[in-house]
Ligand binder design. Sequence first.
Ligand SMILES: *Cc1c(COP(=O)(O)O)cnc(C)c1O
Length: 397
Amino acid sequence: MLEEKLRSGKVETFIPYGKHSVSEEDIFAVDEVLRSDWLTQGPCVERFEKALAAYCSTRYAAALCNATAALHTVCRALGLGAGDVMWTSPNTFVASANCGLYCGADVDFVDIDPQTYNMSVRALRRKLERAADACRVPKVVIPVHFAGHSCEMEEIAALAQQYGFYVVEDASHAVGAHYQGAPVGGCRHSDATVFSFHPVKIITTGEGGAVLTNRPDLHEKIVTLRSHGITRAETEMVGPSHGPWYYQQIDLGYNYRMSDIHAALGISQLGRLDAFVARRRFLADRYSAALADLPLQLPPREDDIASAWHLYVVRLQRGGAESRSRVFADLRERGVGVHVHYIPVHTQPYYQGLGFRKGDFPEAERYYAEALTLPLYPAMTERQQDFVVDALHEVLS
Ligand SMILES: *Cc1c(COP(=O)(O)O)cnc(C)c1O
């Protein structure tokens, strides 16, 4: 249908919900690596890690091949295993939950706050009280900074202290975001933070992810696990080294390394991170002003939180799922690439097979029925945005 319209010239273009921005400098940076002697994990990965850690004021950063691998590795490094429990938000990409299952742990969810769409601190507190009674307190909790808007980390960290669990921030949407005036990724209220550099996210390495932490023990374990569980440091070896060629496998790790080709793109993109986020914020503010008169719940605004604006999500205030499906189809027909984030993870067939049921996390399910992601990316023009705004006014009138 749309393809036909595009061909016949009825709609000019298709405006996607997200799009990466790759510059000539980015291409030059990758080109340089391709002409060098080093393609796999090498000097560029190290430089990218140092730059990330410096940007976030964190002691350590480890780059990995994607955020899914990063989540898996940090869970392993924290000792998550069979018999343990991991909790995350149902309003996320499946990877935030799957990492717990990879480790053999039991995964459960904490329902969301209907205003921020992040894990609700109230729901977390209530669930912890019940879990403590049943002696099933989670070992790891993974709050997700949905759309780039930080969770209430200070409150979550206080609960972590009280109940004794680890906190891993899934900040796949939130590189460049701030919480209480400090960059997300600084780990002031968590054990570790994970970023994703998939092309649809804020900055990209093609495929890529990272784990930031202030804990040296955790960083060392992550670095070992991302490369087969192999160490070349004699201090970590069992017995003496045999010589300069020697290494030992001291754990069961993976090949989750990032290549220098990817890292070179990351270094170059990181230099434009603030500009990307500023442009996203400008467009988000513009949306919020232009959509204020429509029957929509607009994205949350909180004084101590500066979103990275990975997504601009509106929630339809009338009509629920049927209305959302109609609005979605009408906008797509007009060439507006709206999307929906996220299908609650516990409603996925695989998770239903684990015993979860519809109705288990009603706030996430209600939100899902009404949510609509509007196009937003740094290269989006104001003219394109006006086109989206006009289309929404028409469709909702
Ligand atoms: C994209 C995403 C991931 C996975 O990132 P990859 O780098 O593609 O593995 C994990 N969690 C969330 C919330 C994401 O949006």
